[in-house]
Design a protein around this ligand. Structure first.
Ligand SMILES: *Cc1c(COP(=O)(O)O)cnc(C)c1O
Length: 353
C-alpha cells in the first residue's frame, strides 16, 4: 500500500522506459533514438524562443500545425500536436475508450498501451500475435472497441500493408482505430492517405525517431476534424500549453529541412540491412524489420544473459522479460561505427562460450 495514493491507483504498474545510465559511456542501442543530430537550423530556432521563455507558448500551435498540414497535404484542423506521441496516446485512450468500450491491441506491442488502459480503468483486450509474430487483420474485424496498432509494430519491427490496415479501419466504423506510426519513416507504408476516407482513423507519429528530436518531446496526430476536436478537448482539459515554445520552433525548423531527416532515414535503413545480414551470419534469427531497430534471437542462447554480457562490454540493447520474447534482443540501429562495435562484442561473447 502506498499511503496517500488514491485507491484507484494502488495496483497501477507504471511503464518502464529503457535505461538512460550515467555510470559510463555506452554504445546506446536500447531506446530507438536517432544516432544523428537534429536538422540544421533546429538549434538556432529553439534558442531564439528560449530567449522569450517568459511568455507562454501558443496553445493553438498554429505555425507547427500549419507546417505539418502543408507537409502532409492536410488542413490545420486535421492536425493535433502534443508533448511527445506518448501524450497523444494517453489522450486517445481517455477520449476513445472507457466505460463499455474496451481497448484492443496486440499482446506483444508497445508496453505503454496496457499502462494507459490501467491508468484510466479501461478494459484491455490483448489480441495474440500469430506464431510468426505477425498481426493478422482478420483478428480485428468488428471488435466493438477502441483499437490501437503500432505499425510497424514494436518490438518486432514487422509492418502491415496499408491495404491490411484499411480492412481493419473499414471493419470498425463505430470506433476509433489508432495507428501508431512512430517508426513509419523507416520503410513501411503510412496510412495517412486513408484519413480522407475514414472518420474513425487516427494516425499518430513522432519527431522522436526519424527526426532525431526525442529529447524535445514532440508528437503529432492526423485525422478527420471530429477526432482532432475530441483530442483538443482532452488537451484543453489537462494542459493547453503541452508543447513548449522551444519545441514548437524546433518542429517547424525540422520540417523545413525534412530532406535532411529523410537522408538520415535512408542511411539508417541501409545500416539496418547490413546489420540484419551480419546477425544472420552469426546464427541469429532476425524478424523482418521496417523500423530503426531489429528484433533478433540466437537459438540456444538466453536473451537475458546476452543482454547482460553486452552491457558489461559497454553495449546497451533492450531485453523484455515476457515469456514469448524472452530470448530476443531489440537492437536499435545506430551509426555504422556503433554497429561495428556491437558486432565485435557479439563475436567476442559467442566465441568465449
Ligand atoms: C517511441 C515510441 C512512441 C513514443 O514516442 P514519443 O513521441 O517520444 O513519446 C510511441 N509509440 C511507439 C510504438 C514508440 O516506439
Amino acid at each position: 500500500m502506498s499511503r496517500y495514493l488514491s485507491d484507484k491507483y494502488q495496483s497501477l504498474e507504471a511503464y518502464t522506459p529503457g535505461e538512460q545510465p550515467r555510470d559510463m559511456r555506452y554504445v546506446k542501442l536500447n531506446t530507438n533514438e536517432s544516432p544523428y543530430p537534429p536538422a540544421p537550423g533546429v538549434m538556432e530556432a529553439a534558442a531564439k524562443e528560449a530567449a522569450r521563455a517568459q511568455l507562454y507558448s501558443d496553445p493553438v500551435c498554429a505555425d507547427l500545425r500549419d507546417a505539418l498540414a502543408q507537409r502532409y497535404g492536410m488542413k490545420r484542423a486535421n492536425v493535433f500536436v502534443s508533448n511527445g506521441s506518448d501524450d497523444i496516446l494517453n489522450f486517445a485512450f481517455m477520449a476513445f475508450a472507457g466505460g463499455d468500450v474496451p481497448a484492443y491491441f496486440p499482446d506483444i506491442s508497445y508496453g505503454f498501451y496496457s499502462v494507459y488502459a490501467a491508468l484510466h480503468g479501461i478494459q484491455a483486450r490483448p489480441v495474440p500475435l500469430k506464431e510468426d509474430f505477425s498481426i493478422d487483420p482478420a483478428d480485428y474485424m468488428n471488435l466493438g472497441g477502441f483499437i490501437v496498432i503500432a505499425n510497424p509494430n514494436a518490438p518486432t519491427g514487422m509492418a502491415l500493408t496499408r491495404d491490411q490496415v484499411e480492412r481493419i479501419v473499414a471493419a470498425n466504423p463505430e470506433h476509433v482505430v489508432l495507428i501508431d506510426e512512430a517508426y513509419v519513416d523507416f520503410g513501411a507504408e503510412s496510412c495517412l492517405p486513408l484519413v480522407e476516407k475514414y472518420d474513425n482513423l487516427l494516425v499518430v507519429q513522432t519527431f522522436s525517431k526519424s527526426r532525431g528530436l526525442a529529447g524535445a518531446r514532440l508528437g503529432f496526430a492526423i485525422a478527420r476534424e471530429g477526432v482532432i476536436a475530441d483530442l483538443e478537448r482532452i488537451k484543453y482539459s489537462t494542459n493547453p500549453y503541452s508543447v513548449n515554445r522551444m519545441t514548437l520552433a524546433a518542429g517547424v525548423a525540422s520540417l523545413a529541412r525534412d530532406d535532411y531527416n529523410a537522408d538520415n532515414c535512408r542511411r539508417i535503413v541501409k545500416t539496418r540491412e547490413a546489420t540484419v545480414e551480419q546477425l544472420r551470419v552469426l546464427g541469429f534469427e532476425v524478424l523482418p524489420s521496417l523500423a530503426n531497430f531489429v528484433f533478433a534471437r540466437k537459438p540456444g542462447v538466453d536473451g537475458g544473459w546476452l543482454y547482460r554480457e553486452l552491457k558489461a562490454r559497454g553495449v546497451l540493447v533492450r531485453h523484455f522479460d515476457s515469456p514469448r520474447i524472452a530470448d530476443f534482443l531489440r537492437i536499435t540501429i545506430g551509426a555504422e561505427q556503433e554497429m561495428a562495435v556491437l558486432m565485435l562484442k557479439l563475436k567476442e561473447i559467442l566465441s568465449e562460450t
